[in-house]
Design a protein. Structure first.
Length: 92
């Protein structure tokens, strides 16, 4: 559900960036468009987890945040509706 046409948020910390990315990648699941984030072909989640090459992702993210595609994938596996709702309040 879109609440406003555009939002601007300052991403000041690594933790905030990763939580925001998980939240965005989980959106299609929460909206009942797909069962798993990797099923939503319109996001860059597949690039994040190293399953597709594309122009919507910068591989330098792994160096910036000391994170691997596998670690991010595991973070998404445990991301839940409860965590989504908690993050939604944070990002509003």
């Amino acid at each position: 559900m879109f609440r406003s046409p555009l939002q601007h948020k300052i991403v000041a910390t690594e933790k905030y960036f990763i939580r925001l990315s998980l939240y965005i990648h989980f959106n299609p699941v929460k909206s009942n468009l797909v069962k798993r984030p990797e099923d939503w072909i319109y996001s860059n989640y597949l690039e994040w987890i190293g399953k597709r090459k594309g122009k919507l992702f910068c591989n330098e993210v792994w160096d910036w945040f000391d994170l691997t595609p596998l670690e991010y994938s595991k973070m998404m596996e445990v991301y839940s509706d409860e965590k989504y709702e908690e993050d939604r309040k944070l990002f509003e």
